[in-house]
Design a protein around this ligand. Structure first.
Ligand code: CAO
Length: 574
């Protein structure tokens, strides 16, 4: 059977559009209407469908090629019924004429232009957008009060084959918007009412022919259309229509069709894929030409999120909080993570992060980046408390329970939290939640990484009971048997490196808590008592606190009180 030539159909005014994706390869069986390639101009991206079923014999274009109407895309071996269009079938060298593709040439509607001629209110309607019917509005680019120029894009619509911007057929001030994100529109649907008097109107003959569709991100801000607008420039006082307007409709943070100021640069097929997977495209870094997001980018994003290596803004944000850093490790103004081929410098071995590290890493990163930490270092004299601890252990030797300094620190922290309630709190937007319960987390080192089990109602428990529970929870932690319930509900955390060593460190706050106490190894030091140096057991303390909730003076007072309690534990009773 002779091969059918599949060519680029009438794609309106578009010339020299770039092939950005080839969706089939030799040997693929394609159905009629199946998309073959995606092309993109600076105004539109569209998929070119096949009007016939068959098997791809040979590709005639590749990514990066520029095509026009009539450019040969591929050779297809037809499959009989429905294979070729009648005209093509009759031809000596059959030509499979593709069905009209996304006709992205949004012709301005005559009625709109006519009403614009008289000035006053102009209904901006969806012009002839080819075969497209009931296409979804995915972006509103203007808002009431905005001054728009002729041909300035008002909304972006998207079908499963193309996305395109609909231009204004009149210059003026937007009075009312008649559509919102998610609405379905067809030719003739009213998009907006523009007050033509306020901004000048198009002459009746102004046949707007420039297509308008999704432009690559870098070209899009402020672009109306490629052609110079024949209308007078907006009044000097008018706000420049430079910035994209985020739809006013309240959309969930994860809604991938809700643009956040600039629409990500991706083909309609990729947008559809992202929507189906719930991927927020504006958080995906594009690796294609001009930063275009490819299928691989979307897949890599999903993999990274599932593996805990990346976070979506929806995952990372809390009410009133700053967004999490973008995936890919690059934050605005910050260099991307250095990519080094370590093997070039010497032998290496790669190991996967443990499950705990994969979970705790992103949480620690979020807390470090999002919380304005300050750490106050101080020393507590625990000479008498240590003597009491040793005595207690001696007395309870037979019971098998061993009391460590950490149990006393938990009890002392409860006393400090009672005295300074802003440390037993969490931020909720512009409110502070004060907790009237005292659940204290303690960092436990396990072979697989750090976990933070929580002693519940530590205010209602004695030091021996706290020690017993800590022992049980630490064992569960080491055995990897902690339940989510064992690790939730914490109000304040303590990270003790006392059994290991060190002097001071800067512990990271365990959000949504607002403070954490770091403890290092107690050492005997000479302390001046006014007459002589005395050997005293000094415990180094490092209190990190969230400066959004706590002030430096309060932190200094908290530490001073803690030191008093540790110096004379009877104060816990007060
Ligand atoms: N000063 C001096 N000695 C101390 C001390 C301190 N501040 N704290 C504990 N010790 C001593 C204990 O008395 C014990 O001594 P003996 O063996 O002679 O009785 C020894 O150090 C070991 O104590 P421990 O670590 O078993 O018990 P603990 O209650 O102090 O801590 C636990 C329990 C689970 C918190 C601890 O084992 C742990 O995992 N610590 C690491 C926490 C961590 O990794 N923090 C860092 C987080 S940031 O990455």
């Amino acid at each position: 059977m002779a091969a059918l030539e599949v060519k680029v159909p009438d794609i309106g005014d578009f010339k020299d559009v770039e092939v950005i994706e080839v969706l089939v390869k030799p040997g693929d069986r394609v159905a009629a209407e199946q998309s073959l390639v995606t092309v993109e101009s600076d105004k539109a991206s569209m998929e070119i469908p096949s009007s016939t079923a068959g098997v791809v014999k040979e590709m005639k274009v590749k990514v990066g090629d520029k095509v026009n109407e009539g450019t040969l895309l591929l050779l297809l071996e037809g499959e009989g019924a429905g294979a070729a269009a009648p005209a093509a079938a009759a031809a000596a060298a059959p030509v499979a004429t593709p069905a009209p593709a996304a006709a992205p040439t949004a012709q301005s509607s005559a009625p709109a232009a006519q009403s614009a001629a008289s000035g006053g209110d102009v209904e901006i309607v969806v012009p002839d957008i080819g075969d497209f019917d009931e296409v979804a509005v995915i972006e509103i680019l203007v808002k009431p009060g905005d001054t728009v120029t002729l041909e300035q894009s008002l909304v972006t619509v998207e079908s499963d084959k193309a996305s395109m911007e609909i231009p204004s057929s009149a210059a003026g001030v937007v009075k009312t918007l008649r559509v919102k994100v998610g609405d379905k529109v067809s030719q003739g649907s009213v998009l907006a009412i523009v007050d033509g008097k306020a901004g000048g109107v198009a002459p009746p003959s102004a046949a707007v022919t420039a297509g308008a569709a999704t432009a690559p991100a870098e070209d899009r801000v402020g672009s109306a259309s490629g052609a110079p607008a024949p209308t007078p420039p907006p009044a000097p006082s008018a706000p420049a229509p430079a910035e994209r307007h985020v739809p006013t409709a309240a959309l969930p943070a994860h809604e991938p069709t809700a643009p956040q100021g600039t629409l990500p640069h991706a083909s309609p097929a990729i947008r559809k894929l992202a929507r189906e997977l719930g991927v927020p495209l504006d958080e995906v870094k594009g690796s294609g030409p001009k930063g275009r997001i490819t299928q691989e980018d979307v897949q890599a994003f999903v993999k990274a999120v599932l593996a805990g290596k990346a976070q979506t803004r929806a995952q990372g944000s809390t009410k009133g909080a700053a967004p999490a850093p973008a995936a890919g490790g690059a934050m605005p103004g910050i260099l991307p993570w250095p990519q080094v081929d370590f093997a070039k410098f010497g032998p290496i071995e790669k190991k996967d992060l443990s499950r705990i590290k994969r979970i705790s890493g992103p949480a620690l990163h979020r807390n470090w980046v999002m919380i304005p930490h300050v750490t106050n270092h101080d020393d507590a004299d625990i000479t008498d408390l240590e003597a009491f601890r040793v005595l207690t252990n001696k007395e309870n030797e037979k019971s098998g329970v061993k009391v460590t300094m950490l149990a006393f620190l938990i009890k002392a922290s409860v006393a400090a939290l009672k005295k300074f309630p802003e440390f037993n709190a969490s931020l909720d937007g512009e409110q502070i939640v004060f907790k009237q319960y005292f659940h204290i987390g303690f960092a436990a080192d396990t072979p697989n990484g750090l976990v933070v089990p929580v002693i519940k109602d530590a205010d209602k428990k004695g030091v021996i009971q706290i020690s017993t529970e800590m022992g049980e929870l630490a064992k569960k932690a080491r055995d990897g048997k902690l339940t989510p319930g064992d690790m939730s509900g914490g109000c304040f955390s303590i990270s003790s490196l006392g059994g290991i060593g060190g002097r001071y460190f800067t512990p990271i706050i365990n959000a949504p808590e607002v403070a954490i106490l770091g403890v290092c190894r107690g050492t005997t030091e000479p302390v001046w008592d006014g007459k002589a140096f005395q050997p005293r057991l000094i415990l180094p303390l490092s209190l990190s606190w969230d400066h959004r909730v706590v002030d430096g003076a309060a932190a200094a007072r908290f530490n001073a009180f803690l030191i008093q309690v540790l110096g004379d534990f009877r104060r816990v009773l007060l």
